[in-house]
Design a binder for this molecule. Structure first.
Ligand code: B12
Ligand code: SF4
Ligand code: SF4
Length: 402
């Protein structure tokens, strides 16, 4: 299908392309983009210019200065970089912002021995799945517009404020939980973008309001939502269980509850999601396609090698925290659920796991559950890592007192 050439019919002489690039082709481009993006499965489509995201950059700067990025090195890059699409692609003129629902349905009740997985991670690795469709969309755009388009495709793993770009492209408004909410679809959607060297008529910025609602702020177990739209990552369960490479601070462990990967609480309570969440039409995001809503704690705790971990979770988002990170999380869940049937697996971690991170959190869990004093005491004697030994001693005193 060949609909338009950039700047007008192909018969125009070179050199006047810019001059004839009036509002008309830009508007037509947008129609084509919308049509093809929806056909590619994106429910939300919007366009904004590639100009810097000034407001977002300023908010990011304040967030960084407050230390809220925690240990996420990539989020501590200069705001001028993260808020400027042209730093990613010099020739970019427009950002095509796309949204796709990942909502796989309501979370079933915990079977009792499960580590809860946030909805966005039930299925296949969205980075790969979405990128493939973005490349396909770009090819179709080239064909439809009859020109070569210089484009870059992104989702999530990108040094750009995606929510700010998407808001400016009309996809939704910022909720108090800082998520981008589409009034007709809620917030359970991924954001992706194509940066293109095409001039496309921009959409109006997204609008909407939380009104007087504060449910997400009230529901967050760790008090991570410090002000409307401002999440302190250091306190956020999503950060603690996914991005964090170190220990989960002792004071926060009990607040993690049964979340083994990510957290949905501030979205679950949101009236927009309760009323408007639309089930994903992409089979890749369904529970059947990946790890699903719960991990079996004892099974995960028995994974001892990287190869085994890869075999179990390759192609899903759950590889992100790495083997030690995921086992760390499962230890914390086991402790919070007082999961007696996980005790043999926790003892296995204590004795054999190569990672101090896992041994230390296993000790904590055993201290919470109780009844493994002998094992803890033996492990504390053998342990060479000082942080780990301290965890074991603290667990021992907790188990003895408790
Ligand atoms: C770092 C990061 C995290 C961190 C920090 C989150 C945070 N709130 O800052 C952690 C690990 C905690 C995290 C968690 C989650 N994340 Co995350 N994360 C990112 C990432 C990589 C950068 C976010 C960022 O720039 N943070 C810095 C702060 C300053 O920016 P911000 O939160 O986006 O806030 C902006 C707006 O909210 C705006 N704003 C807020 N309020 C107001 C008010 C006004 C008036 C205005 C003008 C602006 C405004 O200003 C800020 C600057 O632009 C993006 C991908 C990307 N490259 O953008 C995904 C992204 C934001 N994450 C996403 C998801 C799905 C999640 C989780 C839901 C996953 C889960 N279930 O566990 C949770 C949600 C937690 C939450 N309440 O935010 C999606 C969000 C989709 C959506 N519809 O909003 C994104 C966009 C990834 C994607 N491509 O789909 N995430
Ligand atoms: S994802 Fe969970 S911990 Fe993070 S802000 Fe939302 S409710 Fe709080
Ligand atoms: S729960 Fe309420 S305050 Fe929070 S994002 Fe949703 S509408 Fe806004």
């Amino acid at each position: 299908m060949r609909l338009y050439t950039r700047g007008g019919p192909a018969t125009h002489a070179p050199g006047i392309l810019e001059a004839v690039e009036t509002a008309e082709p830009a508007r037509e481009h947008r129609k084509v983009v919308e049509e093809l993006a929806r056909a590619a499965g994106f429910e939300l489509v919007g366009v904004t210019s590639a100009e810097p995201l000034a407001g977002g950059g300023e908010r990011l700067r304040r967030w960084q200065e407050a230390g809220m990025a925690g240990e996420m090195g990539y989020m501590r890059r200069p705001p001028e970089l993260l808020s400027d699409p042209r730093r990613l692609q010099k020739s970019a003129r427009s950002v095509i912002s796309l949204g796709v629902s990942y909502y796989p349905g309501e979370h079933p009740e915990n079977p009792g021995d499960g580590g809860r997985v946030a909805r966005y991670a039930w299925g296949r690795d969205y980075h790969r799945v979405i990128k493939e469709r973005l490349f396909g969309l770009r090819r179709e755009l080239e064909e439809a517009l009859g020109c070569r388009i210089r484009a870059r495709a992104f989702t999530d793993a990108v040094p750009l404020l995606e929510r700010s770009a998407a808001q400016r492209a009309g996809l939704g408004f910022f909720g108090r939980n800082s998520c981008l909410i589409n009034p007709a679809m809620g917030s359970y959607f991924f954001i992706a973008e194509l940066l293109v060297d095409l001039k496309i008529e921009p959409n109006l910025p997204g609008e909407g309001t939380c009104g007087r609602c504060t449910r997400c702020i009230d529901r967050c177990p760790t008090g991570a939502i410090k002000a409307p739209g401002v999440v302190d990552a250091r306190l956020c369960i999503s950060y603690l269980t996914i991005e964090n490479r170190g220990e989960i601070p002792r004071s926060l462990r009990p607040l993690v509850g049964d979340w083994a990967f990510g957290c949905d609480l501030c979205q679950e309570v949101c009236p927009y999601n309760r009323r408007k969440a639309r089930k994903s039409r992409w089979p890749e995001f369904s529970a059947e396609a990946g790890a699903g809503p719960y991990l079996k704690i004892a099974e995960v705790l028995a994974i001892r090698s990287e190869e085994e971990f890869e075999r179990r979770f390759a192609g899903t988002p759950l590889t992100r925290p790495g083997r030690a990170g995921l086992l760390r999380n499962c230890c914390v869940v086991a402790g919070n659920l007082r999961l007696e049937e996980a005790v043999p697996a926790l003892v296995g971690c204590l004795r054999e796991d190569p990672s101090p991170l896992v041994r230390g959190h296993a000790a904590w869990a055993l201290g919470e559950i109780g009844g493994a004093e002998e094992e803890l005491s033996g492990a504390a004697h053998r342990e060479r890592d000082p942080w780990c030994r301290r965890e074991m001693e603290l667990a021992l005193s907790r188990a003895t007192v408790g």
